[in-house]
Design a protein around this ligand. Structure first.
Ligand SMILES: CC(C)(COP(=O)(O)OP(=O)(O)OC[C@H]1O[C@@H](n2cnc3c(N)ncnc32)[C@H](O)[C@@H]1OP(=O)(O)O)[C@@H](O)C(=O)NCCC(=O)NCCS
Length: 433
């Protein structure tokens, strides 16, 4: 649990706004098992999940109890101890182009009970989270969204997409180079000792990735309920390079439908090097008695289709928004990443909530470093806070937003911005939070 004095209190404006509607908005003391159980029950109900068992509640409290956890309570409800709305937040590390990370205010567990919807509770919670992030000096907020229609109004934009990849395994032969190094099966418990270090390096490769918390790995590897059917089905393998250094891993399960039919479901496949990526995919594709290999939340730019004999054996679901980014301090976010070319761009940013409004000059040098300062000179590009979030990591080109009528400017500046904002790797986020 986080020390209570380190946790910012519930935002005063939102407390007042909700109090005016007869509701109490407060932090949840996650060291109080009963209060947390009520909060988790409301959170899971909000996402239509089964009511948590006592064991699952205790395991969740251990895994996510460190977060700043809030609830909205209605004293007039039949069960006033059960919140009618929930959120949780923490400071995560978001990978930006250039292999660095920046602090980002991660928001999760946004639910409002069906008994209390459409009366501004989510707005009070979200705006409260943004004010709290700003007060804490965190330059951006991030989330993953159940629906794409909710968060734009608060200035969030899709910043790193993801897709589901399905491989008709029996149709594909390996067409990539034979990988050097070796893949080893690891028991989930053994991989748990290694996974944070391997993943820590692998996540720095891809803009849009976000660090996982320790309990994420415990759950992914089935260690929170090791005797359950799901946990016993989890397989794990590690890739070591030719020098014996661990460079990646895969966690997966096999769903068998008949003795010689089934699906490999890849949960996480993280690779620090291209070679690790190739070796782990080859390992996964070499499972016999399997018709399909399915992996969710993969990059929309997977090299996989160039490594198999029949690229049409690979299908991807629609391009999906996945990581949503809300920039709060434009200069800090723009300076956090590196850029692809030297340039000087003047951006006028319009932020309806006021946090990032203004005109800034973005100067980038040949090494990709950025220097940002405020200015009152005429802007080459005019864009809203959502559009800035959409281009910030390089997932969407400014010219695409210009074509959509969502960003304006002179053609030369937009062409320059396309080149400058391009990232070495397609931004991508590989999990839900
Ligand atoms: C989404 C949810 C949190 C909204 O809560 P709410 O308290 O009813 O929302 P509010 O009354 O504060 O509405 C705020 C704004 O969002 C809009 N909105 C709310 N839910 C929406 C939805 N599902 N789709 C589109 N717009 C939505 C409202 O119309 C309102 O717009 P406006 O202020 O511009 O007029 C709630 O419906 C919910 O808990 N859904 C199930 C869980 C979920 O999907 N959570 C999101 C997790 S990422």
């Amino acid at each position: 649990m986080t020390e209570p004095h380190l946790v910012p209190p519930a935002d005063a404006d939102s407390v007042a706004a909700l109090a005016a509607r007869g509701l109490r908005y407060a932090l949840v003391d996650t060291s109080d098992a009963v209060a947390f159980a009520h909060w988790l029950g409301a959170d899971e109900r909000g996402f239509h999940a089964p009511a948590p068992t006592p064991e699952r509640t205790e395991s969740a409290r251990e895994r996510v109890g460190y977060r700043r956890t809030t609830g909205v309570y209605d004293g007039a409800a039949a069960e006033p101890e059960s919140p009618v709305a929930t959120t949780s937040s923490w400071v995560a590390q978001l990978t930006v182009p250039g292999g660095r990370t920046m602090d980002a205010w991660a928001v999760s567990s946004v639910t409002v009970a069906p008994t209390h919807r459409r009366r501004g509770i989510a707005r009070a919670l979200l705006e409260g989270e943004l004010r709290t992030a700003v007060a804490a000096g965190v330059p951006a907020a991030i989330l993953t969204a159940s629906e794409a229609t909710i968060y734009g109004r608060f200035g969030f934009a899709p910043a790193a997409p993801a897709t589901t990849v399905s491989v008709a395994r029996r149709r594909v032969g390996w067409a990539g180079p034979p990988p050097a190094g070796t893949v080893h099966f690891r028991s989930p418990a053994a991989l748990r000792d290694e996974v944070e270090e391997i993943a820590g390096r692998a996540l720095l490769r891809t803009p849009g990735e976000v660090d996982r918390w320790p309990g994420f790995w415990d759950r992914m590897l089935g260690l929170t309920d090791p005797t359950s059917e799901r946990s016993r089905g989890i397989r794990a393998a590690r890739y070591d390079d030719a020098d014996g250094h661990p460079r990646g891993f895969v966690a997966y399960s096999v769903q068998r439908t008949e003795p010689d039919h089934g699906t490999v479901v890849v949960d996480q496949l993280l690779a620090e090097t291209d070679e690790a990526y190739r070796a782990l995919w080859r390992f996964v594709l070499e499972h016999d008695f399997v018709d399909e290999v399915r992996a969710t939340l993969r990059s929309v730019d997977e090299p996989l289709r160039w490594m198999v004999s029949d690229p049409r054996a690979i299908t991807t679901s629609e391009y999906g928004d996945h990581l949503w980014l809300r920039i709060l301090d434009a200069a800090a976010v723009l300076e956090a990443r590196t850029y692809s070319a030297p340039s000087r761009l003047v951006l006028r940013i319009d932020d309806p909530l006021g946090y990032a409004s203004g005109t800034v000059v973005l100067e980038t040098d040949a090494a990709g470093r950025a220097f940002v300062h405020e200015s009152d000179e005429p802007a080459g590009i005019r864009l809203g806070i959502e559009e800035l979030g959409a281009i910030a990591l390089g997932a969407t080109r400014p010219s695409v937003l210009a074509a959509a009528g969502r960003l304006a400017g002179d053609a030369h500046a937009i062409r320059t911005a396309d080149r400058v904002f391009a990232a070495d790797r397609m931004p991508h986020l590989g999990f839900w939070f």
